[in-house]
Ligand binder design. Sequence first.
Ligand SMILES: NC(=O)c1ccc[n+]([C@@H]2O[C@H](COP(=O)([O-])OP(=O)(O)OC[C@H]3O[C@@H](n4cnc5c(N)ncnc54)[C@H](O)[C@@H]3O)[C@@H](O)[C@H]2O)c1
Ligand SMILES: O=C(O)C(=O)C[C@@H](O)[C@H](O)[C@H](O)COP(=O)(O)O
Ligand SMILES: [Zn+2]
Length: 364
Amino acid sequence: MKELKVELGERSYPIYVGDGLLNDIATTLAKHKIGTKSPLLLVSDTNIAKLYLEQVKSLLEAGGYRVATAVVAAGEKSKSLAVMEDIITVALEAGLDRNSAVIALGGGVVGDLAGFVAASYMRGVRFVQIPTTILAHDSSVGGKVAVNHKLAKNVIGAFHQPEFVLYDIATLKSLPEREVRAGLSELVKEGFILDRGFVEYCDANAERLLALDSEALEHALYIGCGVKAKVVSEDEKEGGLRAILNLGHTIGHALEAVAGYGELLHGEAIAIGMVGAARLSEKLGNPGSIAVETERILRKFGLPVRIPAHMDTDAIMSAMMHDKKFLEGTMVFIIPTEIGKVEINKTVSIESVREVVERLKRED
Ligand SMILES: NC(=O)c1ccc[n+]([C@@H]2O[C@H](COP(=O)([O-])OP(=O)(O)OC[C@H]3O[C@@H](n4cnc5c(N)ncnc54)[C@H](O)[C@@H]3O)[C@@H](O)[C@H]2O)c1
Ligand SMILES: O=C(O)C(=O)C[C@@H](O)[C@H](O)[C@H](O)COP(=O)(O)O
Ligand SMILES: [Zn+2]
């Protein structure tokens, strides 16, 4: 097992990464002083529930915990206020109190949703992340929790840090291929923003990562979680630096909302968004090779790098105006200045964004 730490003073917490860690869930809860007197709420989705819910529930019960479960429909559409309210009903009916904890067993959808329940229920209860997708190396660390609004992604949410993150890479073996690719998109993003060596590792080990080779995956997730932990430790609430984790998200989130949540997976939309950001970089005078290289690596992972031609440019532009980085009429963009480095740029014009969007729709 490998261990990392998110350093946030009294809210610091560990990330445990390893093979078979789920077996230790009850002892890990006890170690983190989550006791057996108040019931727990285990949140999952329909796909994950079939695979791992009974196992985790039994392990917890064997450790003396009382466990209520809430299973939501798999997919992005479950990140909604309506589904959140249903989960809160389960929590109330099961008698969860302020000493209870909510456990997210799943990908980013379950993590963001259960996390926002934990942040809101009785004004905040403890929260544990058990990520089960590659993408969730990103969502389980850092405390951003949210649900979507039909006009914009993640605009109803909070910062609520977990007690710990338990990442059992054995669970990743059951991921569908499309989800593996989408997860690798956000994983290589951690390299694009801060670590050229990691991009080179992902490039050289693409086949092994796609084949879910345990050693390559454990190493890559450890590095990816490490980048995330470092950035969050320096800027928990996105006062500045943390915005770099949003590379590809200004365009990407707009595509997700306009396509209809779940049509384009988050990682797929971010892949297209990262190509968009690299094209904008070229417009700002940086080398065109950044966009070429970004695109080459994302294609290697079988990710989409073009905007579906049927998507309406005006709708995409208008969705972008709801981005959390759109401030006082200015679009703040995360721009790659070389592979492994980005800058937070406030000079990108709306016209150049429109041009890039149009071009990404027209090209093959
Ligand atoms: N909070 C953050 O900082 C943050 C960071 C990145 C992404 N996100 C959010 O995360 C979400 C995307 O997360 P995701 O890609 O994990 O999607 P997801 O949670 O929808 O999971 C993807 C699919 O894989 C299935 N699945 C999950 N684990 C599985 C397993 N082990 N075996 C088989 N199937 C499994 C799920 O049922 C689902 O169908 C988006 O909503 C995005 O906005 C949040
Ligand atoms: O943790 C962050 O900060 C990120 O930006 C990580 C992103 O990958 C993630 O998709 C996040 O949810 C986006 O945040 P938002 O504030 O743009 O909704
Ligand atoms: Zn993301």
